[in-house]
Write a protein that binds this ligand. Structure first.
Ligand code: ADP
Ligand code: MG
Length: 313
């Protein structure tokens, strides 16, 4: 496997100061890497800090602390970021959950998809631009005839495809998809997931794919980071995370995946998680590599309890 690093997030902290006394630690010492051509899933319940992580990477915020290294360039340094801004704006794109509000209702689909080219001054030739728009429509599975229509004429799934076409027209190398399927029906979710798989295969797209549950993410991601209260509590390949989850929060997320078989789903026990179950007053949690590439954030004592394999020994 090509292990070229696309993105390195090192000890990222993103704190929001509400007033003199209250600070929200939205992202609290998070580190991970995304390799070129990989889909990295970031999963966790609402409020765990996923969007803030994504936004810090595209530099919506100045990080409180830590480094964001994109293609070898440390963009967390203000000066470097300024210098590289136009390259980064073209190379990195973000897709949001709510395709309805992110598409201008008064613009045609063609104009919406074309806009990033104009903003970034990437193509002056009208004919070439139209050709690119058609190419994007085809790529995301939309009919060419849609080019002169308006967003309101389309379903949620179609609008999400329009958003994806818009992000892809500048030919980015790295995409942050922030819950791009959360507002869609399950069958449409699967279609969008398949589209991402196709983009990865055909365009070698690298992607940070954010979601609040594991049901779709485990099918699409090469590796997954599980986030809770601003921290990544477990990180592993999809199959390792699925087959050998260690952290109780990961286990709880896995137990919540609906099973299509109603008989089995009745037997299924939902595992509840609360951060109160940890007592870190004496035994501090650590970032432990329990097998190659499988990391978990627990205290040594907890690890002995939660790691089923260790229990057998
Ligand atoms: P997620 O995407 O996992 O739902 P977020 O990253 O949006 O979580 O939010 C993490 C925490 O940070 C939440 O408690 C949220 O209220 C808070 N937060 C996010 N953005 C801001 C902001 N700009 N100012 C203050 N608090 C924020
Ligand atoms: Mg979010």
């Amino acid at each position: 496997m090509d292990k070229e690093k696309m993105l390195e997030v090192k000890n990222l902290k993103q704190y929001f100061k509400l007033d003199k006394k209250n600070i929200i630690k939205a992202v609290d010492d998070v580190s991970f890497e995304i390799y070129k051509g990989e889909i990295f899933g970031l999963v966790g319940e609402s409020g765990s800090g996923k969007s803030t992580t994504g936004r810090s990477i595209i530099k919506v915020y100045e990080p409180t602390d830590g480094d964001i290294i994109y293609k070898g360039i440390n963009i967390s340094h203000k000066k470097t970021y300024k210098k590289e801004k136009s390259f980064i704006n073209k190379s990195m794109q973000i897709i949001f959950q709510d395709s309805t509000s992110s598409l201008n209702p008064r613009m045609t689909i063609g104009d919406i998809i074309e806009e990033p080219l104009n903003i970034q001054g990437l193509c002056d030739n009208k004919e070439e631009k139209t050709k690119k728009i058609y190419e994007m429509l085809k790529l995301v599975g939309l009919d060419e005839s849609y080019i002169n229509r308006y967003p309101s004429e389309f379903s949620g799934g179609q609008r999400q495809r329009i958003g994806i076409a818009r992000a892809l027209i500048v030919d980015p190398e790295f995409i942050i998809a922030d819950e791009p399927i959360a507002s869609l029906d399950v069958s449409i979710q699967a279609q969008i997931v398949n589209l991402f798989k196709k983009l990865k295969k055909e365009r070698k797209l690298t992607c940070l794919f954010i979601a609040h549950d594991l049901s779709m993410v485990k099918h699409i991601s090469d590796r997954i980071g599980v986030m809770h209260s601003g921290k990544i509590v477990e990180l592993a390949t999809s199959s390792e995370l699925y087959n050998n989850p260690i952290h109780p929060y990961t286990k709880s997320l896995l137990s919540a995946i609906p099973t299509p078989d109603p008989k089995k789903s009745k037997l299924k026990k939902i595992i509840r998680y609360s951060s109160n179950m940890h007592d870190y007053s004496k035994d501090k949690p650590e970032w432990i590599e329990i097998s190659k590439g499988h990391y978990v954030y627990l205290s040594q004592k907890e690890l002995e309890i939660y790691d089923n394999k260790l229990n057998i020994v």
